[in-house]
Structures are given as structure tokens and as C-alpha cells.
Write a protein that binds this ligand. Structure first.
Ligand code: NAD
Length: 480
């Protein structure tokens, strides 16, 4: 597999691919494992963004009238095409994003399964009849597609995040303009290609790239766009919510987390260690539900810190194309600089660095999986999402303290606890303030279940039945 396998990149506007013609502006896409340029990414012009909005409005009028049964066939065919093209899209993902090829394949399968889920769930967009106070009236509650949508997705899951938004919007009967990450555009190009090859009418799913702030400002200001869905940092999410507020537009915001992990003295120790060592380094820690802050009961603290460090030190950090790689490079140079800061900051306050904790080699964005212990509460790692392969481990003495510290951040996306006590499981389920909680498990993202956060992690869910509702308006029809 080489750079040549990456292929060329394009926009998708009104059913047609557009490449680098006409001397339009563009930017290079890099391989994070080598620093080499993979391809040149065309940018959409302002006129093309307007064209896409007009096409989305026109397509919406027709697509909403297509029966959910027929819409579901298109999504199912697209899912099948994505599975048929698995090896090719996985190669694109690993080349542009860096994750090990096995992780790329499972992300693509998961993305196809999201299309399958939405294909089915779109057929169950039931309404209801509400008994009226007056027998001469009937109240019907129905769901209607919200309208043309604008979706913005980041670089850490280049297929999964677009699939969540495309699938939900299309199944509900909306059209959607996607601006995927300019750093990992190739997978989104392939998803939109699969939708077109599956028979999706032109203008229903479009793909644009450019300067992110220019595109979001342009699209959100257009009155035709009725819904905004964003996955990314809280700062950008706040900015987009302000833009959406001007037009009173619905928003779904998935804004990252800083997941607490509570390890109690009655946990299944070996299983917990194994799960967390793999879970923390999945996608090099660039996962919004990644285990973020490790709180370990004081009776296990030294042992867990040592064992996790040993596991991390024995991992093979290499190009994602290397079949033996446990972890690939970070997706971009910014993350390497950020990791350096997250490692240095707590050491000023006396934290112990348990592994090598630095950049590896001088080609590509490789960073060693890192464990830090004995951190003070004000350490940056305990306050902000590091979004990388660094595990800060601190001890706790009792359950109340663990829960209080778990909740002591603004983020509220995922949280995890490991225990065999039923009472603790109930207490944790009720008191951890996050949108998702994994108990003795890290599985919080499946097509069937709602994915979303609370507090500074945003609001609205994707996946599950909620993922469809996010693209539907509720309408009451009273008949007299
Ligand atoms: P960023 O917030 O600048 O970018 C995140 C994504 O948002 C990118 O894909 C970018 O293209 C897009 N974006 C940025 N500005 C935008 C705008 N004005 N309009 C529309 N889209 C815009 O951050 P970054 O440097 O890529 O990453 C920094 C932090 O963001 C990470 O440390 C992490 O905390 C968070 N993040 C979260 C997720 C997530 O899954 N929730 C994903 C990526 C990054």
C-alpha cells in the first residue's frame, strides 16, 4: 500500500464530482506517518457554496416526498457498497489519519452499519394520536424532516462521524451539505460516492471543503439551511451555536469530553487493565470518549500505575500500515505539540513520569503512550481533554471522593467505572454527570444507542432512535 493508493480528491456538488480544475484554491493533505503529501484537496468557491445550498433546497423538496421505504433501500445499498470497498477505504483512512489498518476497517464497517441502522429506523418514524378533550377534534402528532442541513465533522473518525450525520439526515428525509475535515477528506469523498452509486438523487448529499470558518459562516447564514450538526472542540461549537442562533436554527453539538475512569478495589483487575490499556491507546487516544482521567482506589494505585506503564512501554508504535502496529501516529503536528505540553505541565507540580513520554523519531507524528502519576488537582491533564495517548493516574480513598473528582470538569460526554458491586454500579449510574456511562465496559458507541453529551460536551444525540429525531421536527395537526 503506497501513497498512490490514496487517489485524488474532489468536492461533490449537485450530484457531480469537482476536482482541481479552473485553478481553484486547494491545500495539501499529509500522511501523518511520513509527512508526505498524499493529494491536493480542492476548495469550494463562494459561488459553489451557494450552488450547493440551492441544490440542497431543491433536492430536499423531492427527497422528503420519497417514501421511507425507498429511502431505506438507497441507504442499505450504500452500506453494501461501503463494505464491498472496505479494503480501499480502509487504506485511505490509514494513509490520511494514521490509525492502524485494523481500526480503520472496523470504523468503516461501523459506518456501513450506521447506514443500515438509519435505513431501518427511518421506516419507523411513527407519529401518534392524542385523545382530544373535545370529541369533535382529533390530534395527530407527526414527524417531518427538518430541512436542508449543514454538517461539520473532524479528523479523528473520518468515516464514522460523517456516517452518523449523513445517515440520520437522509433517513429522516433531509438533504445535507457536509464539510468534512480538510485534514482527512478521503473517506468522506468515498462515503458520498457510495451514496451516489447507490442511487441517491443529486443534491441530497453534497461535500465541500475549504477554510472551515468561511464555509460554516457562509452556509449557516443561508436561510435554506435549517439544521447544524457539529462534532469537534467546544470552542468551535460555541462559535457555531452563535451563528445558528441568528437564524434560530436547530443544532446538535458533540463537543468532546474528558472521561473519568473510576477503578474500585473490587474490580476484575486483569480484565480492567487489559481493556483500559487498549482503550486508551485506540486511535492514539484521539477519541472524544477515550478514557481521560484515571481515578484508582488507593489499595490498587501503585500496582495499576506500574502495570499500565509496562503495558504502554511494550506497545509497538508504528505506521498504521504495519500489521503489527498497536498504535499509529497522531493525526497532525498540532497534537504532538499539545502532548508535549500535557506531559511537561504536571511535572512542574511534582507528577511522576512513568514511561518515556515524548515524541518518537523525527519522521511523522509519533508519540509514546504515556503514564503520569501523583498529579496535583490543578494539573492541565486533569482539567482539559488531552486527546492523545496520555493517561494521568491519581488515587482516591472513598467512593464520594471518586465521584466528586470525576464530576469536577466542565466536560460531560462519557464516564467509566470498574467494580463488581451492584450498589456501586447503581450509585455511579446515577451520580456521574455524563451523557454516557460504561460500567465494566468501554462500549458506548454503537449504531443502536444514543451518542451524545451533557454540560460543555454539548447536547443532542446521534445514533439510536434519537439520531433520527435530531433531523425531524414534531408537528401537531388538529382536525375538527
Ligand atoms: P478544531 O476545533 O480547530 O477543529 C476540530 C474540527 O472542527 C476540524 O475538523 C475543523 O475543520 C473543524 N472546524 C474548526 N473551525 C471550524 C469552523 N469555524 N467551522 C466549522 N468547522 C470548523 O481543533 P483541532 O486543533 O483540530 O483539535 C483541537 C481539539 O478539538 C482537540 O484537542 C479535541 O479536544 C477537540 N476535538 C474533538 C473532537 C471530537 O470528536 N469531539 C474531534 C476533533 C477535535
Amino acid at each position: 500500500m503506497t501513497t498512490a493508493d490514496y487517489g485524488t480528491l474532489s468536492l461533490w456538488i449537485d450530484g457531480r464530482e469537482r476536482g482541481l480544475e479552473h485553478g481553484r484554491s486547494s491545500e495539501p493533505v499529509f500522511n501523518p506517518a511520513t509527512g508526505q503529501v498524499l493529494a491536493e484537496l480542492p476548495h469550494a468557491t463562494a459561488a459553489e457554496l451557494d450552488e450547493a445550498v440551492r441544490a440542497a433546497a431543491k433536492a430536499f423538496a423531492a427527497w422528503r416526498a420519497v417514501s421511507p421505504f425507498e429511502r431505506s433501500k438507497v441507504l442499505r445499498r450504500a452500506a453494501d457498497l461501503i463494505r464491498e470497498r472496505l479494503d480501499r477505504i480502509a487504506a485511505i483512512m490509514t494513509l490520511e489519519q494514521g490509525k492502524p489498518i485494523g481500526e480503520s476497517k472496523s470504523e468503516i464497517i461501523h459506518s456501513a452499519e450506521l447506514f443500515d441502522w438509519y435505513a431501518e429506523e427511518g421506516r419507523r418514524a411513527y407519529g401518534r394520536i392524542v385523545p382530544a378533550r373535545n370529541e369533535s377534534l382529533d390530534h395527530f402528532v407527526v414527524s417531518e424532516p427538518v430541512g436542508p442541513c449543514a454538517a461539520f465533522t473532524p479528523w479523528n473518525f473520518p468515516a464514522l462521524t460523517p456516517a452518523r450525520k449523513l445517515g440520520g439526515a437522509l433517513a429522516a428525509g433531509c438533504s445535507v451539505i457536509l464539510k468534512a475535515s480538510e485534514e482527512t477528506p478521503g473517506c468522506a469523498v468515498e462515503l458520498v460516492r457510495a451514496l451516489h452509486d447507490a442511487g441517491l438523487p443529486r443534491g441530497c448529499a453534497q461535500l465541500v471543503f475549504g477554510v472551515p470558518s468561511d464555509i460554516s459562516r457562509h452556509l449557516i447564514a443561508r436561510p435554506e439551511i435549517r439544521k447544524i450538526s457539529f462534532t469537534g472542540s467546544t470552542a468551535v461549537g460555541i462559535h457555531l451555536m452563535k451563528l445558528a442562533a441568528d437564524g434560530v436554527k436547530r443544532v446538535t453539538m458533540e463537543l468532546g469530553g474528558n472521561a473519568p475512569v473510576l477503578i474500585f478495589d473490587d474490580a476484575d483487575y486483569d480484565a480492567t487493565l487489559r481493556l483500559l490499556a487498549g482503550g486508551k491507546t485506540r486511535n492514539a487516544g484521539q477519541v472524544c470518549v477515550s478514557p481521560g482521567r484515571f481515578f484508582v482506589h488507593e489499595s490498587l494505585y501503585e500496582r495499576f500505575t506500574r502495570d499500565l506503564s509496562e503495558r504502554f512501554s511494550s506497545m509497538r508504535v508504528a505506521s498504521g500500515l504495519d500489521p503489527e502496529a498497536d498504535m499509529g501516529p497522531l493525526a497532525n503536528e498540532r497534537r504532538v505539540d499539545a502532548m508535549q505540553r500535557f506531559v511537561e505541565d504536571p511535572q512542574k507540580g511534582g507528577a511522576r513520569l512513568m514511561t518515556c513520554g515524548r515524541r518518537l523519531g523525527n519522521v511523522g507524528n509519533f508519540f509514546a503512550p504515556t503514564v503520569l502519576s501523583d498529579l496535583s488537582d490543578d494539573a492541565l491533564l486533569l482539567r482539559e481533554e488531552c486527546f492523545g495517548p496520555i493517561a494521568p493516574v491519581v488515587s482516591f480513598a472513598n467512593d464520594d471522593e471518586a465521584i466528586e473528582r470525576a464530576n469536577a470538569v466542565d466536560a460531560g460526554l462519557a464516564g467509566y467505572a470498574f467494580t463488581s458491586s451492584l450498589k456501586r454500579i447503581r450509585d455511579i449510574g446515577r451520580s456521574i454527570k455524563t451523557g454516557m456511562i460504561g460500567i465494566n465496559s468501554l462500549v458506548v458507541s454503537t449504531p443502536e444507542t444514543p451518542f451524545g453529551g451533557v454540560k460543555a460536551s454539548g447536547f443532542g444525540s446521534e445514533g439510536g432512535i434519537e439520531g433520527l429525531q435530531a433531523y425531524s421536527d414534531t408537528k401537531l395537526i388538529t382536525m375538527g
